[in-house]
Design a protein around this ligand. Structure first.
Ligand code: ATP
Length: 254
């Protein structure tokens, strides 16, 4: 399989003097094109920091990050922002949406900010994504009137507008009840099946069990990895995957 994202010997510290803390401590990681990866680990182990570093949202002290063969350190701020906008999608625990815009406009907004935008094409694409993600009919709905699961779908549609090669998710199901979380994971599974690479930080073993590879972070490094199996798991073997992952996490003392 072809590598899409490669982090080598990443070190990242926060603070200074006595407060100085190495949050990423010589982390190396490779993500292949088309993979579905979860990052788990105790609170404060560096999961979000790793995600931010790999996506170029935050700089690192040392080490290298290559995305699609491009060393992020070689890009200036504009080129890096461009790469994030065109090739990466981001889904957070709570999507940052504008309250004075309806669902459709929230999905379209980042795409309309780009130069040389064809509004009709952007609108058609937003409608297509809303259809695919079960939001059809809610175009004009005020976002204050949408459920948590619907808002997360809006965030996912927005992330998909640029046809990203990779989607980074930081606890994308963290604010949802289990039904909505399952629906969002099913949706991410469908997106993955179309070839999009996905990397999710999650505390939820049921979420991680639906991915192909689970990285376990401890004290700023990857302490181990587990493969629940190929993604196209049936409902029947999901339970077995969850049990297998739970046993592995217990062995990792999580
Ligand atoms: N901007 C920052 N400035 C200072 N310290 C930070 C900053 N961002 C993160 N940290 C610290 O780095 C450590 C790792 O944070 P990070 O958010 O990566 O952990 P995490 O594993 O994602 O945790 P959680 O599961 O609680 O979200 C924590 O101790 C955190 O307080």
């Amino acid at each position: 399989m072809q590598q899409l994202l490669v982090g080598e010997r990443i070190v990242k510290t926060f603070g200074a003097g006595d407060e100085k803390r190495k949050v990423l401590d010589d982390v190396s990681v490779e993500i292949n094109a088309g993979e579905f990866v979860a990052v788990m680990g105790p609170s404060g182990s560096g999961k979000s920091t790793l995600l931010f570093a790999l996506s170029g949202m935050d700089g690192v002290d040392s080490g290298s990050i290559r995305f699609a063969g491009v060393d992020l350190a070689q890009l200036n701020d504009n080129a890096l922002a461009d790469m994030r906008r065109t090739s990466m999608g981001f889904v957070f625990q709570q999507p940052t949406l504008l309250k004075n815009l309806n669902i459709l406009d929230n999905i379209m907004l980042p795409s309309l900010r780009k130069r040389r935008t064809n509004r009709a094409q952007v609108t058609a694409k937003a409608h297509m994504l809303m259809e695919k993600t079960g939001l059809a009919g809610l175009e004009k709905r005020d976002i204050t009137q949408a459920s948590g699961g619907q808002l997360q779908r809006v965030g996912i549609c927005r992330a998909l507008m640029s046809d990203p090669q990779i989607i980074f998710g930081d606890e994308p199901t963290g604010a949802l009840n289990s039904t909505a979380a399952n629906e969002i994971m099913a949706l991410l599974g469908e997106i993955h099946r179309t070839g999009t690479t996905i990397m999710l930080v999650t505390h939820d073993a049921r979420v991680a069990a639906r991915t192909e590879r689970v990285l376990f972070m401890l004290d700023g490094n990857i302490a181990g990895e587990y493969r629940p199996g190929a993604y196209d798991a049936t409902r029947d073997d999901l339970k077995a995957r969850e049990e297998g992952l739970a046993a592995w996490l217990a062995a990792m003392k999580f």
